[in-house]
Design a protein around this ligand. Structure first.
Ligand SMILES: [Zn+2]
Ligand SMILES: [Zn+2]
Length: 246
């Protein structure tokens, strides 16, 4: 069925700009899909964060959050560019649910700026996959679009082989941390490429749009480490405060 979403996605940049002149998805000003003024107002993640999971720290002078102190996740660490609030939240919703795939470019530029200030020790990147049914319905994986553009900007190679979501999971919304972990446990599997070197011995960067808890990234990391990855880090555009949900 015809929808704005499929039209926007299928049109691509050139035709899209011709049919609908770019206007900022947040403030509606003409000229770009995300204007510089709105991008600059995205809430930065400049407070101290847990050195493991990257969540903003409540206790000053701590280096790990309570959760990572008690039960560290099986991912080497997670970092994010901005907080999942205000304009950042609006932009992610437009990218993810309204078909504005053109937003992947300015959002990935923001990720690249943040990365350049504090890069992580990685060799290759991959995106957190959607379940095949979800990807078919949406037509694209927003995290892959962000990752592809980000990797081009910072010069990272894409991981060989495929990380797949092998089991559909319930939406994480409304689940507590323990339930989230159980919900995504075993949901991902790594398939090596035929006849080529897989992920063995590599340091992998996982890209996702939003990190609410590290449960999903952790489940991916476990699958990649089981396949021989020596370390797995997560880097997301946005970081949700622990109580907020998509
Ligand atoms: Zn704007
Ligand atoms: Zn932590």
């Amino acid at each position: 069925m015809w929808s704005w979403r499929t039209l926007l996605h299928q049109a691509g940049h050139g035709l899209l700009n011709l049919v609908f002149p770019p206007h900022c998805v947040i403030c509606r000003s003409a000229g770009a899909w995300l204007c510089d003024a709105c991008l600059e107002r995205f809430p930065r993640l400049d407070q101290r964060v847990c050195r493991r999971c990257g969540s903003p720290l409540v206790v000053k002078n701590a280096s790990l959050c309570d959760s990572c102190t008690q039960d560290p996740p099986e991912i080497d660490g997670v970092r994010s560019a901005v907080l999942f609030e205000g304009g950042a939240r609006q932009a992610v919703h437009q990218l993810k649910y309204a078909g504005y795939t053109v937003l992947a470019t300015p959002l990935a530029q923001l990720m690249a700026q943040c990365w350049q200030a504090a890069p992580l020790p990685v060799d290759v990147w991959t995106a957190v996959p959607l379940h095949v049914a979800r990807q078919r319905e949406r037509g694209y994986n927003q995290s892959y679009l962000l990752g592809r553009e980000f990797a081009r900007l910072v010069g990272l190679l894409e991981m060989s082989g495929t990380l797949r979501r092998v089991r559909a999971t319930k939406a994480q919304v409304g689940l507590g941390a323990v339930e989230r972990r159980a919900n995504v446990a075993g949901a991902f599997a790594y398939e090596p490429p035929r006849g080529k070197q897989g992920v063995q011995g590599q340091r992998v960067l996982l890209i996702d749009d939003v990190c609410t808890t590290v449960a999903t990234l952790e489940a991916c990391a476990i699958a990649l480490k089981r396949a021989g990855a020596i370390s797995v880090w997560g880097f997301t555009l946005a970081r949700a405060a622990p109580a907020s949900d998509l």
